[in-house]
Design a protein around this ligand. Sequence first.
Ligand code: ADP
Ligand code: MG
Length: 206
Amino acid sequence: MDATLARDWMRAAATAIAADTDRLTRLDAAIGDGDHGVNLHRGFTAVVAALEKSPPETVSEVLVKAGTTLISRVGGASGPLYGSALRAAGKALPATAEVQPSDLVAALHAGLEAVRRLGGAAPGDKTLIDAYGPALDAFEKAVAGGAGLAEAAGAAASAAEAGAEATVPLQARKGRASYLGKRSIGHQDPGAASTSLIFQALAEVA
Ligand code: ADP
Ligand code: MG
């Protein structure tokens, strides 16, 4: 991956979120406050604008800038969580023009670690971690088996989607949805759904 591909990834994520803003908002209306689609649409629109204004030259800088932008532009829980994940992932990468799939494995680990540190959620708590964790596992396994970026990202996207769907029967233990207790059961977690879109965007551009 180079900086151009990283920017394409962020742009594809913004496009996917724009197309699914209403769905994400509906999911959040069911078990939260109905702002997830709008939050991320605003945030990723700002990310694309920031990356176009002064295009970074490394993947590391693209991800750090994207993360910083999300933190400053998204008020909900998801802004700091996604923003910290992208910043941590960017900082974990070498400052080279190109990074390898194995570098991205380490970066994705750093991103997940940042989400867990900030939000304190564990797997099964019905959060975006339940899509991110399986996606990272699939990505790492594919890379360990010799897959290139496209194949590994495809595996990650499928695992993220399955992970997001698997949040439906879970009871939320973190975030706003946890206030609903058992009534959070039977709905897909909006953050897991948007995480799936972000991995799908990576698979598309790769
Ligand atoms: P808010 O809950 O502040 O309205 P959003 O609606 O934008 O923020 O985002 C909600 C999503 O954020 C949830 O669906 C969940 O995936 C994720 N989330 C919330 N709290 C946590 C947490 N502590 N750890 C991980 N993810 C979380
Ligand atoms: Mg919300």
